[in-house]
Design a protein around this ligand. Structure first.
Ligand code: AMP
Length: 281
């Protein structure tokens, strides 16, 4: 069945209130659209756990920096509605900018210092945009559970921190990364890759694999492991943004690799900035 499409903030609030009053558990999957199988997996998880499932689609201007891809970010509502229907969403909330940021809006939600490192260091203001919009969406949709992908590892940690710090209601559920057969994590930004870029993009998951292999072989000093990862990444990427080994919750760099340490990478391949991560076993 096709999901209901709602664009207004008030209509969304009324829908959610009615569901909650009727005793349904509401699940929210926030996205920027251009849906792929990674988003569908979040929806399917929500479908399995919640009586009512909302997919939000909003390309949030506040999380793009100057010179980033806000203008060219893929907008594919028709195809998104089909994927949402296939994955069992009850409602697609696609608000306009004024529904999310009405006149007079003044609040910024900032999680600091968690957002200073990694993607936060190279994308100033990005996470303030993310936490502000997620907070607003949680207020409009009032879900019992909100679903995020592990692909955006720092984002998931930051959202968890915000929800705990502000004593917000929803349980944050973080779902595994969905990958292509060759290991590349699905991303809306993969659409920017030419066939030649797409081949070079294999260096991103390959660098994580190289790091995990060094650890499995007994290396616990982060320096040589990160060096090996950087080398593999540089073979395919045009620019390496970061290669890091971090504590899974604080995202502080670790002095020793242990099971549970997270390896994270970010790099540019052609026009696309790609990120990925892997937990050491
Ligand atoms: P986006 O629309 O790219 O902002 O992503 C919306 C949500 O989908 C975020 O919670 C992402 O972490 C999640 N997501 C994106 N790509 C994947 C993937 N390959 N596997 C799992 N979740 C993903």
């Amino acid at each position: 069945m096709s999901p209901e499409l709602v664009t207004g903030a008030a209509a969304m609030g009324a829908r959610s209130r009615a569901w909650r009053d009727a005793g349904h558990r509401v699940g929210l999957v926030p996205t920027m659209g251009a849906l792929h199988a990674g988003h569908a997996a979040l929806l399917e998880r929500a479908r399995a756990e919640c009586g009512r499932v909302v997919l939000s689609i909003f390309v949030n201007p506040r999380q793009f920096g100057p010179g980033e891809d806000l203008a060219t970010y893929p907008r594919t509502l028709e195809a998104d509605l089909e994927i949402a229907a296939g994955a069992g969403a009850d409602l697609v909330f696609a608000p306009g900018e004024k529904d999310v940021y009405p006149d007079g809006f003044q609040t910024t939600v900032s999680v600091d210092p968690l957002t200073r490192r990694l993607c936060g260091a190279s994308r100033p203001g990005h996470f303030d945009g993310v936490t502000t919009v997620v907070c607003r969406l949680l207020g409009l949709v009032r879900p019992h559970r909100a679903y995020f992908g592990r692909k955006d590892y720092q984002q998931a940690v930051v959202v968890r921190r915000m929800v705990a710090d502000l004593a917000l209601e929803p349980e944050v559920v973080v779902c595994p990364t969905v990958r292509e057969a060759d290991g590349l994590a699905l991303s809306s930004r993969n659409r920017y890759l030419s066939p030649e870029d797409r081949l070079r993009a294999r260096a991103v998951p390959a660098s994580l694999e190289a790091g995990a292999r060094r650890f499995a072989a007994g290396e616990t000093d982060p320096a040589p492991v990160l060096e090996a990862m950087r080398k593999v990444l540089a073979e395919g990427a045009d620019d390496v943004d970061y290669v890091a080994a971090c504590h899974p919750d604080t995202l502080e760099p670790v002095a020793r690799l242990v099971p549970g340490t997270v390896l994270l990478v970010a790099a540019r391949v052609g026009p696309a900035r790609l990120i990925d991560n892997r937990t050491l076993a």
